[in-house]
Design a binder for this molecule. Sequence first.
Ligand SMILES: Cc1ncc(COP(=O)(O)O)c(C=O)c1O
Length: 400
Amino acid sequence: MSYDFDAPLEIRGTGSDKWDSVAEGVIPLWVADMDFAAPPELTETLTGRASRPFYGYNKRRPDYAGAIVSWYREQYGVTIGAADILPGPGTVPSLGAAVRAFTRPGDGVFIMPPVYVPFYQVIRENGRKTVEAPMRGGEDGRFVFDRAAFEKAIDAAASAGVAAPLALFCSPHNPGGRVWSGEEIAAFLDFAESRNMIVAADEIHGDFVFGGEGGTPGGFVSTAAFPNHAGRLITVSGANKSFNIGGLHVSHIIVRDENLRAKLGKVLAADFHHSPDIFSELAVETCYKSCGPWLAELKTYIKRNLEEAAGFLNDIPGIKAWVPGGTYLLWARVQGLVERAGCKDDLELVERLESEAKVKITNGSMYGGAGAGYARINAACPRKLLLEGLGRIKTWAKQF
Ligand SMILES: Cc1ncc(COP(=O)(O)O)c(C=O)c1O
């Protein structure tokens, strides 16, 4: 290893949501960013730029789109064109733009809970309705699509007078950590076609795929690899998760179809969003061009974190955890502990863990009713800290 992911990083006091929103002494294993120092190549480039005391209006960097194109080719084996890329103001705001571009107020937007909470927000705050088809959780903890539930949800919405012209698709899946196989993605896109839905795929976790799950021996399959569905597909991603630059609020949106691109571009133009800021653009370009080796080493480190954490959690009576196929997030069934500890639900459990055991994790029902009885644990931190946090859960659980 040439990067030291065991090194503790002092984050409190930087304005971090994950660290500075919890009381001193609490180990935060919640918000999905990582407690590792940024790639040194990135820090060097950004501080170098910051030392030039001019931060005025920027024109687009000529290599920005090319760096994204190369990343798709090298990492996912997908050929996209620079002209297919729209710069977005962050993954979630880009999904919000898609909601406004492809639906009308009062329309429905199809989602599959449990799912990343802001999906609900970008739908509801834009005056649209969620059309929810909960996923089925298998015994092995892996969520599976339930086509019958999809059809039922859309039919029920239609009979209530709500059309669903758009689906938000989370791939890899947060919070479940599922990595959809090429066959599953193709099946989902076929379903969308049968219902005449546009699909906005959120692929922000795409670089954290460890292989081996659900027919994905090599890794991540991007929806951008399905040009036959280009007429109904927008793919939203970014370097945020992969290189821990979420605070820069930058994303890219791949839209091969000219018509869809024009519609989405119009919504972004209405907010006068035409370019990332100077630091974000430089950061994305640097990450994709120079920080691949950092990410490759980090993935090995995180995979071991996930395996050790799942093993550790499975020793705690009332918890069942699974090593995810992707993301740095562990999804665990905690209902047994909810009951043993006499908690009302998973929310009360995580609240008590925070106040009594001094460790903060996320409760599953936050992601929709289908997540009730589960919890999400962020494993992207130095292993010692992770195991200390999980140790606190174990010690706390012993009293019941
Ligand atoms: C599925 C998913 N989409 C989007 C985001 C946030 O992306 P951004 O910071 O680019 O809006 C997250 C962060 O946790 C996420 O898990």
